[in-house]
Write a protein that binds this ligand. Structure first.
Ligand SMILES: Nc1ncnc2c1ncn2[C@@H]1O[C@H](COP(=O)(O)OP(=O)(O)OP(=O)(O)O)[C@@H](O)[C@H]1O
Ligand SMILES: [Mg+2]
Length: 261
């Protein structure tokens, strides 16, 4: 059964000068519970727009979005969002303070907050770092704390917008492994945005490729049924999936470049 369903969703941005920009048009997608879905597309095609609508930060101009059969109308604790390339931790709070922040806001007792925050701190591999402030942590560690903070709220679904884009290659590979492990352990449903075909193949159950904007929608979906061993960049099956995805995205990259000129 699908957990998230987008049906004929469009998003029109109205500029201050009164002209409309149709970012997304007639976008439909079902994501079953427990699936890791990667959304891929050229810069500016509308990936963040789609994620923001699922998160409830932006209203769809038409069409419907539902989560577990309920229409999405606003942000809620059932969806945890990791934002695109930003550093949204609170600098004045420790790692622990950041992770338990949402629980505190929801009035969860101190003992329960601590127990949960410790659990998620360990889950992201940062045991013993609880007292450090963001300025004392590396980029990869901060990203882990952001993920732990979102997980601590125990959302049904994770919405992740290029969460590893700013990390170096090694940390990024570590984080990909870590995220896969966490998702397996917690059975989360994930909508994950990336520019990176390799990253999508490493992580996804399915990869959706969007058209170049404006009026973008899903151009195609590639299922990734590879085993862990096959998700190695050098594996024949990996390169076969790569080719399929590349085939879908190649023309869109060319189109996006043309439209910029
Ligand atoms: N608030 C807004 N008002 C007007 N236009 C917007 C707004 N937000 C996004 N857009 C436009 O909608 C289109 C899609 O933007 P979006 O941020 O969803 O792209 P994206 O696929 O996430 O790009 P990137 O890969 O660069 O993050 C872009 O052309 C952008 O300029
Ligand atoms: Mg974006």
């Amino acid at each position: 059964m699908s957990l998230v369903a987008l049906t004929g969703v469009s998003k029109v941005y109205r500029s201050l000068k009164g002209s409309d920009y149709v970012a997304v048009r007639d976008f439909s997608l079902d994501i079953p519970a427990g699936e890791f879905f990667c959304l891929l597309g050229t810069s500016g095609c509308g990936k963040t727009t789609v994620l923001n609508m699922v998160a409830g930060f932006e209203a769809a101009s038409s069409g419907t979005i539902s989560l577990a059969g309920k229409k999405v109308t606003r942000p809620d604790a059932d969806r945890g969002v990791v934002f695109q390339g930003d550093d949204s931790l609170y600098g004045w709070l420790t790692a622990m303070g950041n992770i338990e922040f949402g629980l505190r806001m929801r009035g969860v007792s101190r003992a329960e907050r601590e127990q949960k925050a410790r659990h998620y701190l360990e889950l992201v591999g940062l045991k013993g770092q609880d007292h450090k402030h963001p300025s004392e942590l590396s980029g990869g560690m901060k990203q882990r704390i952001q993920i732990a903070r979102v997980l601590a709220n125990e959302p049904q679904m994770l919405l992740m917008d290029e969460p590893f884009a700013a990390l170096d290659a090694h940390t990024r590979a570590d984080m990909q492994r870590e995220l896969k492990r966490i998702c397996k352990a917690t059975g989360k449903t994930v909508l994950f945005i990336t520019h990176d075909i390799d990253e999508a193949i490493i992580l996804a159950d399915r990869i959706g490729v969007m058209n170049a904007g404006p009026a973008s929608k899903l151009k195609g979906i590639v299922p990734v049924t590879l085993s862990e061993e096959e998700r190695e960049r050098t594996h024949d099956k990996f390169t076969a999936v790569y080719r399929q995805v590349h085939e879908l995205i190649r023309d869109e990259v060319a189109l996006a470049l043309q439209r910029q000129q």
